[in-house]
Structure formats: structure tokens, C-alpha cells
Design a protein around this ligand. Structure first.
Ligand SMILES: [Ca+2]
Ligand SMILES: [Ca+2]
Length: 219
């Protein structure tokens, strides 16, 4: 027997209990119990995983061959927007990972690594994501290596690298602020001893991307 109470609950015959207290109450307590249990299990798993993590890190800082990087202009004036760091196991081992980060700030805390020795390939990249390439050989001109970086369990190994500054006739920057950039600037054009511009077989002026001055023509 049951009847509806003023508050909308169902009163069970003669017992003075509503359906809310008699049926929903135990279900809610059971749900709370399961939630607490799940939370405890999650905490235990997290503690276990943290306790088993024996990885370490390296922290890499960079500068350029002609000076440090103390603000964003030190990157933009050299035409370097990004730095790409590729990690290999030492001694010609497998590639572990790679990441591109902004040139400024000049410091990067790396990904987690297993304890061991690694070689880092570090390359300055243009703002548009392209490498600085030698037009003749295709070689990467702003790339260097940091070899033998030891990563120890639970520690961060600090290391530094010096990147070559891109030549001014290659850096994508209007260094002398005359409105002309790199091979469009007569300062990067090859000239003979008399000062006459040199042309290739197709009649185009010849430029030297390794020239480091947009004002003084290539000789
Ligand atoms: Ca330039
Ligand atoms: Ca210029």
C-alpha cells in the first residue's frame, strides 16, 4: 500500500517513508561510493606511474656566431624565426624526435627522454618555415650539432649551441634598408674587376648567397 504525500513523494503503507528515501537514497550512496573508489584507484595509478618514470630532460640554449640572443630582434635581424631540434641516439643511432620552436626566447626545455646519451641536430629556420639552403649544393647552411648530451634519470642536463649566422645575401632581410633584399640587391651581385655586373647563360645577373654584405658588391 502507498499514497502520494503533499510533497509529491510516495508514502509506503504505515511505514512513514517516501519513495525518495526508500529507493533513491541507497542508489546515490552506492554511486558516491563508486566515485570515491574510482578516485582512489586513479590516485594510486598516478603515484605508481610517477614512481616508475625514470626519464630525464635536456635544456638547450642557443646563440649566434656573431652574438647572443637577448631579444626578438636578435632573431629577426638575422632572418631566423624558428629553431628545429632533432634528437638522435648517440653514435649514429635512431631518430628519437624533432620539434620546432621560436628562435626567441633562446631556450627550450626538451621532451622527456630515457636515460642515455644523445646527439642534437640544431637548425635555424626562416620565418616561413624553410631552411637556409646553399643554392648550389642544397646543404643546410644554418645547422650544427651538439653531440654526447647525457640525460640522467630525474635530472635536466643544460647544454648550449652556437648557430651560424645566415649570410646577409641569403637571410631574407633588407640589411641595408634600401628596399632590396638578398639577390635583388645589387650589393649581392657579382661584378668583375672593372665593376661590371656578371650575367649567367640566361642573361640573369649572378648573385653570391654566401656574400655577407648588401652594400659592397661581390668581387
Ligand atoms: Ca639580406
Ligand atoms: Ca638591401
Amino acid at each position: 500500500m502507498s499514497r502520494r504525500t503533499d510533497k509529491g513523494g510516495m508514502e509506503m503503507g504505515g511505514m512513514g517513508m517516501t519513495d525518495e528515501t526508500s529507493f533513491r537514497g541507497p542508489v546515490r550512496r552506492r554511486t558516491r561510493g563508486l566515485a570515491v573508489l574510482a578516485l582512489c584507484v586513479s590516485l594510486l595509478v598516478a603515484v605508481f606511474v610517477a614512481g616508475c618514470d625514470d626519464s630525464g630532460r635536456y635544456r638547450l640554449a642557443w646563440s649566434f656566431s656573431d652574438g647572443p640572443v637577448v631579444d626578438a630582434a636578435d632573431c629577426s635581424s638575422r632572418g631566423v624565426g624558428l629553431v628545429q631540434i632533432t634528437v638522435f641516439r648517440s653514435g649514429g643511432g635512431e631518430q628519437i624526435g624533432s620539434q620546432r620552436v621560436r628562435c626567441f626566447p633562446p631556450e627550450r626545455l626538451s621532451m622527456k627522454l630515457d636515460p642515455g646519451t644523445y646527439d642534437l641536430q640544431v637548425e635555424g629556420i626562416r620565418f616561413d618555415g624553410r631552411s637556409f639552403l646553399d643554392p648550389d649544393t642544397g646543404g643546410h647552411l644554418v645547422m650544427t650539432w651538439v653531440r654526447g648530451v647525457e640525460v640522467r634519470s630525474g635530472e635536466t642536463t643544460d647544454t648550449q649551441v652556437q648557430l651560424f649566422r645566415p649570410a646577409k645575401c641569403l637571410d631574407g632581410v633588407d640589411n641595408d634598408q634600401d628596399g632590396l633584399i638578398d639577390d635583388m640587391d645589387p650589393g649581392c651581385w657579382k661584378r668583375d674587376d672593372k665593376g661590371d655586373i656578371q650575367f649567367d647563360d640566361q642573361g640573369r645577373h649572378m648573385a653570391d648567397p654566401t656574400h655577407d654584405d648588401e652594400q659592397e658588391p661581390v668581387r
